[in-house]
Design a protein around this ligand. Structure first.
Ligand code: HEM
Length: 137
């Protein structure tokens, strides 16, 4: 059960983070460089499909993460949150939850939301790092 949940969590998180990095670092700069003709046709499609896909990945990551947290902390036991590993995983979880909000703002602002997309990418990198370190200390 725990392994299946962890696999779902890691796959969804990989899709969420990987897609965010690709969008921020490659797709949107390429779109800007391609000029207004291409952007006019491609941007509406992009901003219609991307929030849906990232929303599903984000929700799956958060829900499976909360379930995993419930398992490893013995039912949200506060002693786990005070341990080094539990504390790091908890801060990582807060970064992941914050990335949901910056992601929603990005979707609302569309082309003008680049700063929030960059913030989402940074928060997700922090979450990933804290999850990996926290589950090993
Ligand atoms: C509410 C949000 C989240 C919660 C509650 C949560 C919770 C957890 C828990 C409890 C574990 C298992 C730790 C263990 O095996 O002892 C875990 C593992 C993991 N999480 Fe999360 N997580 C969340 C969000 C995220 C996000 C946003 C990412 C990455 C973008 C992420 C990436 C990972 C990875 C890669 C692992 C596996 C770590 C390893 O075994 O090396 N998680 N998470």
């Amino acid at each position: 059960m725990m392994i299946a949940l962890l696999a779902i969590h890691v796959l969804a998180a990989a899709f969420w983070l990987g897609s965010t990095l690709l969008l921020v670092g490659v797709v949107t700069p390429a779109l800007a460089a391609a000029g207004p003709d291409v952007a006019q046709h491609f941007a509406p499609q992009l901003f219609q499909r991307v929030p849906r896909a990232l929303g599903v990945a984000g929700a799956t990551t958060i829900l499976s993460g909360l379930w995993l947290y419930w398992i490893v902390s013995g039912g949200f036991n506060s002693g786990f949150a005070r341990s080094t590993g539990g504390g790091l995983i908890g801060i990582g979880a807060l970064c992941g939850i914050a990335a949901v909000f910056t992601g929603i703002i990005t979707g609302r602002l569309q082309e003008r939301g680049r700063a929030f997309a960059v913030a989402s990418a940074a928060l997700l990198v922090c979450a990933l790092t804290l999850m990996i370190v926290g589950s090993r200390v």
